[in-house]
Design a binder for this molecule. Structure first.
Ligand code: DQA
Length: 148
């Protein structure tokens, strides 16, 4: 089973960016943890980050037939991007939305996720653990997918 982790804008700055909101772990630290956990679970992972909306759209499109599940932290594009939403809907690869922070407990403009209606579920508010929870959830999603 193969899981594609995609990270949106400014997540390359994790560790130095608003540490009281996002924690002190860098994206590389998080990737290391995901890779270790994935190895133990026998899951193959690819882990990418981009500040460019179109690049994220391209990666979602290319995932069809190559990955079983996408785990997406779309960062600020969560709240603005119809293009990401349409890509997820078009491609049909089950996608799990994740966030480090609890977007529902923050500013009002973060409460709305444009991608949530086309995702299998949302994991929000567990810091870097959101990534591990999503990895575990992707196994369940893949099993459910086989039965639909
Ligand atoms: C985020 C939450 C978004 O609202 C924000 O724009 C981010 C990070 C999170 O992981 O908590 O950049 O997706």
């Amino acid at each position: 089973m193969k899981v594609l982790f995609l990270n949106g804008p400014n997540l390359n700055l994790l560790g130095q960016r608003e540490p009281d909101v996002y924690g002190r772990a860098t994206l590389v630290d998080i990737e290391d943890k995901v890779r270790k956990h994935a190895k133990a679970l026998g899951v193959e992972v690819d882990f990418r980050q981009s500040n460019v909306e179109g690049e994220l759209v391209d990666w979602i499109q290319e995932a069809k037939g190559k990955f079983d599940v996408i785990v997406l932290n779309a960062a600020a594009y969560t709240h603005t991007s119809i293009a990401l939403r349409d890509a997820i809907a078009a491609v049909g690869v089950p996608t799990i939305e994740i966030h480090l922070s609890n977007i529902h407990a923050r500013e009002k403009f973060r409460h709305k996720s444009l991608i949530a209606p086309v995702c299998w579920g949302q994991i929000s508010g567990f810091g870097q653990k959101s990534y591990i929870l999503a990895l575990e959830a992707s196994i369940n999603v893949n099993d459910l997918k086989k039965h639909t």
